[in-house]
Design a protein around this ligand. Structure first.
Ligand code: SF4
Ligand code: SF4
Length: 360
């Protein structure tokens, strides 16, 4: 993504659009991973479950997905599932169409179905394969998408690797090193990025890390990134896993994204996890990246989060003048923040106020 893309994204926010769009393009998946949030009971706020929805196939799916994209005009689209490659024939049309629209697209797959080589050559299209740990864990959790099958299905096709770190993986210091060593050693793996398992509020599960384990993991990830350049990790992002946003209202990612499930009309809120995620244990890589960026200073007391929050407030007001406008971002049921209450305007007011007013 380049500077002009960031400018375009900011322009979209100022007109009430979310720059990130995620679509669960099918409810079908041949895997039954423990801890899968997509099939969790609370994923769609208890109104329905992914497995019960009506989803689409063939030309109708292609038409509906592209219509959704054209309506939201995002800068980046994530295509997830279920297993998106269950709709491979449709993706043969959807991915080139998104590429022609100059939209960045990430397809997230388990690798259980062979990856089409031609997709990885499409400009702005990235294939990410979820590989959750070394074979002794991954092959049990994600059968039938075993290491052997992923290696066969990916062949020499260029792709990224995504790891969700769960508690068993942080019990031995050598574990994550062994994982990075294996996958970064493969010539066709471009980048590796990591998330940490994110529970729902009140959940008690063997995947969850303790606070002490998260603290130590933050340090380990920074050390691993120095050793394995394919790993996408910065110290500030690793820190965001230890001190994530307190709630969705504080989460820049939740404000910048809109997510749909397989009926292409039900929203997944407040973020891709749906339900009632425990933000205090958030391990989402994208949210951590935004959280880190939000803390970057701009000038004086102003940081990136002030700018984003102000832009979102402005966009939610100005967007109402656009025909067909519908609130695109997560609605926390609070009254819309007025532009004049936004931190950016408050700081600008303070900076430009005459000295006598500043003193009062
Ligand atoms: S592959 Fe993804 S959607 Fe399918 S069961 Fe596993 S985590 Fe859930
Ligand atoms: S992505 Fe944001 S809203 Fe979702 S769990 Fe993480 S911090 Fe909370």
């Amino acid at each position: 993504m380049q500077v002009q893309d960031v400018v375009v994204a900011w322009g979209r926010i100022l007109t009430g659009r979310a720059p990130l769009l995620s679509i669960e393009i099918t409810r079908e998946c041949p895997l039954h991973c423990p801890g899968c949030y997509a099939y969790g009971e609370s994923h769609l706020a208890g109104e329905a479950q992914l497995k019960d929805l009506t989803d689409f196939k063939g030309d109708e799916l292609v038409r509906r997905v592209l219509a959704l994209v054209d309506r939201h005009k995002p800068l980046h689209v994530s295509l997830v599932g279920g297993e998106p490659l269950m709709r491979k024939r449709e993706l043969d049309q959807i991915l080139p169409a998104l590429s022609r629209r100059r939209i960045f697209t990430m397809l997230v797959t388990s690798g259980v179905i062979p990856l089409p080589a031609e997709w990885s050559d499409l400009p702005r299209v990235t294939i990410a394969v979820s590989i959750d740990g070394l074979p002794e864990h991954h092959n049990v959790r994600r059968a039938p998408a075993t290491y052997e099958r992923i290696l066969r299905n990916a062949g020499e096709i260029r792709h990224n690797v995504h790891l969700t770190i769960t508690r068993p993986m942080v019990q031995d210091d050598a574990y994550l090193d062994g994982y990075m060593n294996f996958w970064s050693g493969r010539a066709n793996v471009r980048n590796i990025w990591t998330s940490v398992y994110t529970p729902q509020r009140g959940e008690q599960s063997p995947e969850m890390l303790t606070p002490a384990e998260r603290e130590r993991l933050g340090e380990t990830l920074v050390q691993l990134a120095a050793k394995y350049p394919k790993m996408l990790m910065r110290p500030g992002v690793a820190r965001a896993y230890v001190e994530p946003p307190e709630n969705p209202r504080e989460c820049t990612f939740a404000k910048m994204s809109v997510n749909y499930t397989a009926d292409l009309k039900t929203r997944v809120e407040p973020c891709i996890f749906g339900g009632d995620p425990d933000c205090s244990q958030c391990g989402c890589a994208v949210s951590a990246g935004f959280h880190w960026m939000g803390n970057l200073p701009v000038k004086g007391p102003l940081n990136m989060r002030h700018i984003v929050n102000s832009s979102v407030a402005i966009g939610s007001v100005l967007g109402r003048f656009r025909p067909g406008f519908r609130e695109l971002r997560w609605n926390d049921k609070k009254p819309v923040q007025s532009i004049t209450d936004s931190p950016l305007v408050q700081i600008a007011k303070a900076a430009t106020a005459p000295d006598d007013r500043r003193a009062s």
